[in-house]
Ligand binder design. Structure first.
Ligand code: MG
Length: 391
């Protein structure tokens, strides 16, 4: 069996590094064809020296800096074109889409059109452009395998079952660091507190999204595209222990749950090796120590991101791109200390509810444009108000 060629988009991020850890333990199954990163030339060069890909690609940074640090035999590429070349190469079998933002959208669509397996970690791609990514995969006969832990859980529970036998999908959420806080307390939450995710170690943006539950809202939209369900078939359940990564309820009343330790290497490995499972030597889930699972319904009043995301999922078209763009800018302003924690979703709500442009998404450009103008509008709203927003 030939080792599968893997391209990692977002190699220097936490998913990228975890993926490299998995890949380096199974050199006969996988080989790194290309590593792509945003602007961190030094880190990308260091990873390239360790993993020896044929290509290292920097989507935004200085390619001269990258070239200096690359080992012999690794070619430097740049920009969207470079990513495109790497993902479409004949020896690329799997594209791990873990770059943040939407810089990789066109390369991922092209890879799907060529039938490459897409291991999808970047939820924005489906949130914003689910229609275009999934139709490209259909055209090219490509599989899209979720890396997001919840969606990997659903994928594992649903696999082999006919779609019509599913009653609903249940995405679990840790509830974030403010799960038990009052709204008044949440208003004064600091950046440090918002970044203190109880179970998963993640980047700043997604940690804040987990604290507002916007991450779960985006995951609802992601699940709609991955599994082909309408938003009313997708529920969210708070589960602070993060033992059950998600569940599927079938029409006969059976519920299948996927459990495990919270370690992203498990869903990453499964997306790479599906349908086989790799012998990952990780700590095991201490089931005998789990006294109760502790499920709870989410509080939509304290976490208004959730109903906002459901509304965007129902509206369809460019609505999720508007939501996502507004949220990115609001989170950025919060991390920069310019708005308060509860202002994040308040600003997003104002942008979304004041949106007057048409929602039809006929072409990929329509969602990109909507996302851009939502970002612009959000920045304007924030700079006009300064901090803090009046309640
Ligand atoms: Mg997740």
């Amino acid at each position: 069996m030939r080792a599968k060629g893997v391209v990692i988009l977002g190699a220097t991020g936490s998913i990228g590094r975890n993926a490299l850890d998995v890949i380096s333990r199974f050199p006969r199954r996988f080989r790194v064809v290309a590593l792509c990163a945003g602007s961190n030339a030094g880190e990308l060069a260091a990873l390239s020296r360790r993993h020896r890909p044929a290509v290292a690609c920097l989507s935004q940074g200085n390619i001269a800096d990258l070239r200096k640090g690359l080992p012999r035999g690794t070619r430097a590429l740049a920009g969207e074109e470079g990513m495109m070349e790497a993902v479409c190469a004949a020896d690329t079998d799997i594209v791990l889409a873990a770059a943040s933002g939407v810089s990789s959208i066109r390369p991922v669509i092209s890879a799907a059109e060529r039938g490459k397996r897409i291991a999808l970690a970047n939820k924005e791609l489906l949130v914003m452009a689910g229609k275009f990514v999934t139709s490209a995969a259909r055209r090219g006969g490509a599989e899209i395998l979720p890396v997001d832990s919840e969606h990997s859980a659903v994928f594992q529970a649903i696999d082999g079952h006919p779609r019509e036998s599913v009653r609903r999908v249940i995405l679990t959420a840790s509830g974030g660091p403010f799960r038990t806080c009052t709204l008044a307390r949440m208003r004064t939450a600091t950046v440090g507190e918002a970044l203190g995710h109880p179970t998963w170690k993640m980047g700043a943006k997604i940690s804040v999204d987990s604290a507002t539950l916007m991450n779960k809202g985006l995951e609802v939209i992601e699940a709609c595209w991955l599994f082909g369900f309408t938003p009313d078939r997708i529920d969210v359940l708070i589960h602070p222990r993060s033992v059950v990564h998600s569940m599927v309820e079938f029409r006969d009343g059976s519920i299948l749950a996927q459990m495990g330790i919270p370690d992203m290497r498990i869903p990453i490995a499964y997306a790479l090796s599906y349908p086989s499972r790799l012998p990952l030597e990780l700590p095991r889930l201490p089931l005998h120590r789990i006294r109760d699972f502790g499920f709870d319904a989410p509080d939509r009043k304290r976490f208004p991101a959730l109903p906002l995301a459901y509304a965007a999922a129902e509206a369809g078209g460019t609505a999720p791109a508007v939501l996502n763009g507004a949220n990115e800018e609001a989170v950025r302003a919060f991390l920069a200390g310019r708005i308060g924690f509860t202002d994040i979703v308040r600003v997003v709500d104002r942008v979304v509810s004041g949106w007057s442009e048409p929602l039809a998404a006929r072409r990929l450009e329509d969602v990109m444009r909507a996302n851009e103008s939502a970002r612009r509008l959000t920045r304007e709203k924030i700079s006009r108000r300064g901090r803090p927003l009046p309640s």
